[in-house]
Design a protein around this ligand. Sequence first.
Ligand SMILES: NC(=O)c1ccc[n+]([C@@H]2O[C@H](COP(=O)([O-])OP(=O)(O)OC[C@H]3O[C@@H](n4cnc5c(N)ncnc54)[C@H](O)[C@@H]3O)[C@@H](O)[C@H]2O)c1
Length: 441
Amino acid sequence: MSTAQLQELTAAGTLEEKILTRQAKVGIVGLGYVGLPLAVEFAKAGFDVTGIDLSDSKVGRINAGYSYVGDVADSTLDPLVKAGKLKATCDFSAVADLDTVNICVPTPLRKTKDPDMSFIVSACAEIAKFFHPGMLVILESTTYPGTTDELVLPMLEQGGLKAGQDFFLCFSPERVDPGNPKYNTSNIPKVVGGITRACSEMGRLFYSQALLNVVAVSSTQVAEMVKLLENTFRMINIGLVNEIALMCDRIGINVWEVIEAAATKPFGFMPFYPGPGLGGHCIPIDPFYLSWKTKQAGIEARFIELAGYINGQMPHFVVDKIQNALNDAAKPLKGSHVHILGVSYKKNIDDVRESPALDIMLLLKRRGARFTYSDPHVPQLDLEGEALRSEGTELVASADCTVIVTDHAAFDYRAIVKAAKLIVDTRNALKGISSAKIVLL
Ligand SMILES: NC(=O)c1ccc[n+]([C@@H]2O[C@H](COP(=O)([O-])OP(=O)(O)OC[C@H]3O[C@@H](n4cnc5c(N)ncnc54)[C@H](O)[C@@H]3O)[C@@H](O)[C@H]2O)c1
């Protein structure tokens, strides 16, 4: 047996044993919507987990047992912290004592729609300083195919260690769906692919200790592409249904009824719903990681560009709807008061990243309308430097027009319809309520 094969066996054997006996020290870098629930799952599975984040306030809150992520209850987090199973720090030197590290840092787009890799690069640079043999590193941040192999691997191998031999490196796409009552970090199947077969196997073994279903694939590139296929599929289908909504509006057909009836087909159709525009940290962004990468290979991602254009038109369409509805009521939009219900990008969560509500607010402002908002999940909001506060829903009575942008379950829709003068419903939240005041998307 060669020295390399022997090293591979030793590194794998030691880590495998630590993982199977729950002795492996688990690290999660980036404690946001993805990282904190993951840290909690591994702590619940009996591992000692250390979270590393740049934010003092997040670290302080975790160590005090308070969660800032909707899907993690204080009653889950606090006992894990008190039992010493989960702690957080801003200090990357903690990596020296860790056996595994999952990287869950942001991957936004630059203004030019190019991937911003700076968070991954800075996290890996810090990890590399305290990197040691026998570790398993898994990138979870959504990114373009090739990132783990081309960007992360050289940073970790620069000290002379070799992936698959001295350490293990994988990519695993995160599929968490904040606010989903049925699917969470533990029961969403987890795809993982490694740089070598030994890496994939180690990744599969690791996740299997805390998550219900793990799907190992042959490479990091396949795992990276899985996430982009899933989110591109969603983005394009939403683009299609938004275009159908624009068509139905023009020819006077209720698009919601059309989708509901089409969805009775038991095969070959999957319902997607139109809305005020795409939001969140994933669907509006991830497909552009793919188009950026394919452009370099000489392939234009035309479906992505087209769906991006149509989805980007939806906030404009909503504001046109508001303007037309007000015109029909003999009121100009300029100077009118529009009250917005819901500003997070989807229902029952507090995340406003890329939310179409922000675009709608800016468009209303540009057209001279006055606006207020109610959102039980978002008590305050920064709109390009302007600080806004959530108001009570009683404002619908005095507003010239109310617009439902996010269909939170907490709103009393019957009372809202009763009190409002005019309502534009971009989510079909008022389904089953009939009133001449309602204007559907
Ligand atoms: N939010 C989702 O629903 C979701 C779903 C699937 C995938 N993802 C992907 O997962 C990744 C993380 O997303 P998120 O929503 O958890 O982001 P987030 O902004 O909620 O959390 C990221 C955390 O990383 C920290 N951070 C940033 N740079 C760091 C660094 N260099 N070192 C340590 N910590 C650092 C931030 O302070 C923050 O707490 C992204 O790539 C995203 O696309 C997110």
